[in-house]
Design a protein around this ligand. Structure first.
Ligand code: ADP
Length: 471
């Protein structure tokens, strides 16, 4: 009995340290807006890099023609072709091909990597194009989505700062990326011009804006997390005299690296961070995204196991980092069977813990709930932070000079992608609930989260169309 109390104690402690009352979320909102300011004020001024993208216009729906995209940002890469009809709703056709990057290429040379990618792209083009299309003399245009930290110097040029997500190709670091791609395309004899270089969230924003002109920001919550938004060029202080045709520019926040002392942190977070390959980095991401949430839950269950024999002996699986993947954690959380069959199966098969009694399985569901709820609510606070920075949170912007009542709230759309938001209902519900709490219902009704699909590559193709040399 005393041991049961100890296990419940572990849960209570977790609940306490993960608490996100609306007051604390508002502090996170303010911290996000302040860090955004700092990151825009000077290079290295904040953990938020606030990278310039040189995207100063977004698609409007009037784009016409056939465009390609190449999306490289993780273990898979995608090639895509879209035909645009010139009226907003009509992406006439969209063909996407997704393939895995062979593991050895992720740590090989840039030449090997680009050879591989461009040969797949060439196969795709030959497969998709009709004979008459192929005979046309116009050079094909391509949007290149490259989702690694990049220092951009123009819309079609940028230098790789560093790799992540398992890539480690030394000869690429510090190099111009589009040149490499363009060289490989030429070598393959593929008549194609890379028109734009973008980050995946920028693609999502472009696609969101294509469908809905009120779209001002984009957020991705998948394996990792990031966000971008349209900023006023004159607010980008670190780049004095920045002139853009629209007076605005999309800023890639790299918000996964956001940090604030107001974030509710547990000992599990601290341990996971210390044992990670990038301690002290990506702090926000480690509390929010799919790569990490399962491992926080695993650590809590491990602690419960150590406190009591109610879960049986500690298994070697339970000691293995990252065995409990996000979809399994979501499945436990959303197990609606009265005897929590799914939870029992996952504990047995993935964590090798047998015969866990029902009341202990209920605790496991609760642990998933606490970790997901915190993640979703913090993501909501991050989104409101962006809205606050651009004066769309109903308070009249960061200076807060106007009161809620006289600030006219315009319809504001945020494009969202990533499996946590699109496939995990509880996550999405908690996120919406927190948005309503932070903004208040009156303001929240003007804020629309809209999911887009394949934005990282479709959006890149749309930006290629918008910046096409022939348009
Ligand atoms: P990306 O790798 O580009 O971020 P996704 O947006 O699909 O791709 O996100 C993948 C992440 O979402 C992974 O961490 C994966 O485990 C997690 N995931 C996939 N399906 C689900 C689901 N149904 N519920 C919760 N998380 C999921």
């Amino acid at each position: 009995r005393r041991k049961w109390r100890r296990v419940v104690g572990v849960l209570r402690e977790l609940e306490d340290s993960c608490e996100t009352p609306v007051g604390r979320l508002k502090q996170v909102v303010d911290a996000m807006a302040v860090e955004m300011h700092a990151g825009l004020a000077s290079e290295g001024g904040s953990k938020l890099k606030m990278l310039l993208t040189f995207v100063d216009r977004l698609p409007t729906g009037s784009e016409i023609g056939t465009y390609y995209a190449l999306d490289l940002g993780g273990t898979n890469f995608r090639v895509l072709r879209v035909q645009l009809g010139g009226t907003r709703s009509s992406i006439l056709s969209k063909d996407v091909k997704r393939q895995r990057i062979p593991e050895h290429l992720m740590t090989s040379t840039s030449e090997d990597l680009f050879d591989f990618i461009t040969s797949k792209l060439k196969q795709f083009v030959e497969q998709e194009e009709t004979v008459s299309e192929a005979a046309q003399s116009r050079t094909r245009e391509l949007g290149f989505t490259f989702s690694f930290p990049v220092k951009q110097i123009s819309i079609r040029s940028g230098f790789l700062i560093r790799w992540n997500k398992g890539f480690a190709i030394e000869d690429m670091i510090g190099c111009e990326i589009v040149e490499r791609l363009q060289g490989a395309l030429m070598k393959k004899g593929l008549d194609m011009w890379a028109t734009v270089l973008v980050n995946d969230t920028v693609g999502i924003l472009a696609l969101g804006h294509y469908y809905d002109a009120d779209t001002v920001a984009a957020v991705k919550i998948g394996t990792g997390t990031n966000a971008c938004y349209m900023e006023r060029a004159d607010a980008i202080i670190k780049c004095q005299g920045l002139l853009t045709s629209s007076g605005g520019m999309v800023v890639n926040m790299e918000w996964g690296n956001f940090w604030s002392s107001h974030l509710p942190r547990t000992t599990y977070d601290i341990d996971m961070d210390l044992e990670s390959p990038n301690p002290n980095d990506q702090g926000f991401e480690k509390m929010i995204s799919g790569m990490y949430l399962g491992d926080i839950v695993r650590r809590v269950i491990l602690r419960m196991c150590e406190e009591s024999d109610i879960f049986g002996p500690v298994s070697s699986k339970l000691l293995t980092p990252f065995v409990l993947e996000m979809p399994l954690m979501a499945a436990m959380h959303e197990d609606e069977s009265p005897d929590l069959k799914e939870v029992a199966a996952i504990l047995r098969e993935t964590l090798e813990i047998q015969g866990v009694p029902l009341k202990a399985r209920r605790l496991v569901v609760k642990v998933c709930d606490v970790v997901t709820r915190r993640a979703a609510r913090l993501a909501a606070a991050g989104i409101v932070g962006i809205l606050k920075k651009i004066g769309r949170d109903g308070t009249g912007g960061i200076t807060g000079s106007r009161s809620r009542s006289d600030a006219k709230m315009r319809r504001t759309v945020v494009a969202v992608e990533g499996s946590l938001y699109t496939s995990y209902m509880m996550f999405r519900e908690y996120l919406h609930e927190a948005l309503n709490e932070i903004l208040g219902e009156e303001v929240a009704q003007h804020v629309v989260l809209r999911t887009t699909e394949d934005g990282s590559c479709v959006g890149a193709a749309l930006l290629a169309a918008l910046h096409s040399s022939s348009s």
